[in-house]
Ligand binder design. Sequence first.
Ligand code: FES
Ligand SMILES: [Fe+2]
Length: 337
Amino acid sequence: MQDVRQCSLNLNYWWTVAHLKNFSRSGIKAAKVGTIELVVVKANSSYSVFEDACPHKRVRLSKFGRRVGNKLVCSYHGWKFAPSGQCTDIPGMDMQKQFCLKSYPVKEYGGWLWVFLGDEKLVDSVPLPKIPPVHSQHYHPIPMQGEVGCHFSYITENATDLFHADLHQSAQPWANPKLLSLKSNLRTVNAIYEVDTPRLLAALISHPGKNRVHVMYEYPYFHLWSEDGAFYLFVVYVPTEPQRTWVYSTFYFRHVWGMPWILKLLHPILDKGTFRQVFAEDIRAVQEEQRAYNLHSQDLSRETNPVSYAVRKVILNQTDGQQPLTLEPFVYEGKPV
Ligand code: FES
Ligand SMILES: [Fe+2]
């Protein structure tokens, strides 16, 4: 059987590439999904996603591109590209019609920019994930993203396995987990845990005592929400290398006592403090798991949570036969002396 720690990704879904508010003044951003390098361009509040390679010499436009009006200009030989990807100008020559930057379909949803990189025939039939708090006035979103040095299966299992409460002893987002139910098929894992909601979190967003937390892994999207509607977490784990994963997440808190200003006030503390701390603890643990794998070139772990096995089955099924992930090529940074 294929090793889940070597699995690639399935491009026939919508993948996240950037947060809509996360662009510098240049309006240009690099992104990567699997082996596909992308350049994301924001011009006049609309977004385009292109292959990150100038068709001329294949230099990355995320490194060499600049935006002039709504055009993307390659700062090597000055070729210009329209938002459609069509080359509109080659300085000194009249050959622009022959060249085009490969562009991909994009959508905006839940504060994120999504791209479809798979089979073009499927683009209209594949839906975006449904994130219920996006359609509600009652939630305060806290987006967060970052890179993790492990295969995406490790961090996905970490998220779906609530038995790791010990890792987060200081923030204590939950305690005393019990698995109540598990259902899965070839794309989706649904689990319900019962947990204690301790301390600050209980006081702020939920009631103290027992709470039910639903976990859904609907490849490639992760959802976690409390049954009482107090919070909702949505995450996309984007594999970028065999042992690197970009994490795009939004934590939605229901407004405390129906007053939006309370969470607006607490936003910096939750964002920069609690969430980052919990995320850093998870990163530390999953990178350690990856290290153990690398030490023995195989997974010697002894899993006890059936949810993790169900997650592995989904990953194996969804990524079966896909092109393998590859390491980023080395770029020598020479300079004159
Ligand atoms: S490499 Fe981009 S214009 Fe020549
Ligand atoms: Fe965690």
